[in-house]
Design a protein. Structure first.
Length: 116
């Protein structure tokens, strides 16, 4: 009986530890999601409608089409900056960087710059 109780305690402890670890991973993932969705919102709010109207409602196509213009992560940043300037958005460098990172993660998959 004692042995059984001991085993049961051990089992419960293990379950508890696994549950805690899972919670921690979830929190981390949530934080990352939050950042990504903030960047996504910036992009959705300011950029998407125009690209969508160019590609029959499929805004992503401007980034995924075969003859896309951007070839490097620096080029991507320059293009984001250019579109933002054209729109008179007056974004800080941080916002340009965030949207660049978001578009790179989502569509371009260039190797990120070391400083990031
Ligand atoms: C008023 C319309 C319009 C808006 C709004 C707009 N863009 Fe663009 N975007 C364009 C046009 C036009 C191109 C060039 C298409 C081409 O060269 O074929 C372009 C191209 C791009 C490209 C390069 C795509 C490629 O070929 O690889 C990126 C990146 C981009 N835009 C990002 C943005 C971002 C970020 C925003 C919001 C800050 C934005 N755009 C808002 C019209 C717009």
């Amino acid at each position: 009986m004692k042995l059984l109780r001991g085993l049961l305690t051990l089992l419960l402890l293990t379950i508890g530890m696994v549950a805690c670890a899972t919670e921690e991973v979830k929190t981390l993932e949530k934080q990352e999601d939050k950042q990504a969705s903030a960047d996504n919102k910036l992009y959705q709010a300011n950029c998407i409608s125009c690209h969508a109207s160019m590609f029959d409602g499929k805004a992503d196509e401007i980034f995924t089409r075969k003859d896309r213009k951007v070839k490097t992560v620096e080029g991507l940043k320059a293009r984001v900056q250019m579109c933002a300037t054209n729109l008179n958005l007056q974004w800080f460098d941080e916002e340009v960087d965030d949207v660049t990172t978001y578009l790179n993660q989502e569509f371009y998959h260039f190797k990120p710059v070391a400083a990031e």
